[in-house]
Design a protein around this ligand. Sequence first.
Ligand code: TRP
Length: 334
Amino acid sequence: MIGDKKVLFSGMQATGNLTLGNYLGALQNWVKLSDEYECFYSVVDLHSITVRQDPAELRSRARKLLTLYIAAGLDPEKNCIYYQSHVSGHCELAWILNCFTYMGELNRMTQFKDKSAKHADNINAGLFTYPVLMAADILLYQADVVPVGKDQLQHLEITRDIAQRFNAIYGDVFTIPEPYLGKSGAKIMSLQDPAKKMSKSDENVNASIYLMDDPDTIMRKFKRAVTDSEGCVRYSESQPGIMNLMDIYSACTGKSAAEIEKEFDGKGYGDFKMAVGESVVSVLKPLQDRFEDLQKDKAYIDGIIKNNAEKAEYYSLKTLRKVQKKVGFPERIR
Ligand code: TRP
């Protein structure tokens, strides 16, 4: 707890161009939750270097992502929006937690298996201990809730295991975090293959709507979206493409599946796709405009980066000092 609020932690990597899926599935939820919780939203650049990055590119993307958090509606005066690499406690706690995590546990992580298959020439130790750093992120702020996608649930599970193990030895040091999975719109699928998640790393550019896509591009991608031959707008497992478009439309307009079915009763897919495209444009255009304005205001963003790193550091040190004492490190002499 911070004051009378529960703590929320989440983070995103600044790799690849963020998609509509990242916005509707994550960022939009973050904004909704930001009044209720004391929130820490990190740009997790330490995680990014588990795969090789171009330094200038990483720096620029990280800044854009941080700016995007604000453009999406997170108030940086209330929410702690910061770079993970600016707060050294993440690494320090990760080291300690590494010593409370078993090789066998990490070996079971599906993301590690996937990523090491994908980057077979660079299976580094950081990639292996990635979940421990993630545990440190969360536990450092005594987070109660962690909004994550389904693909990160396993990492949250190991975070809880590590925290419980540590607490069992040293007493109640860490808050045990709960995952928070958003409701509808939580999982936006590829526009070209509705069996696959919309991904920022998809090779087919038509599969994903990028947050910075201009209106024409957005409309074109929706026109090309894969549907089916049933020809009716209905929320049914047998029509995964249409279901996905309905999820997107619902997330952008707030309409329910039943309302959408009624709205497009007797109409063709062409009309429906146009409406979905327009609803997405109406959500993304203001976000893009805010982003452009914010990006121009260097001094403002710099101020946010500085103040929030200090705020994050303050809270992180509370946990870190306690942990260091518990494990038996000598006290600092002042
Ligand atoms: N691993 C997460 C992802 O790729 C990002 C992340 C890092 C994270 N640390 C976190 C998410 C802590 C939630 C909490 O999506």
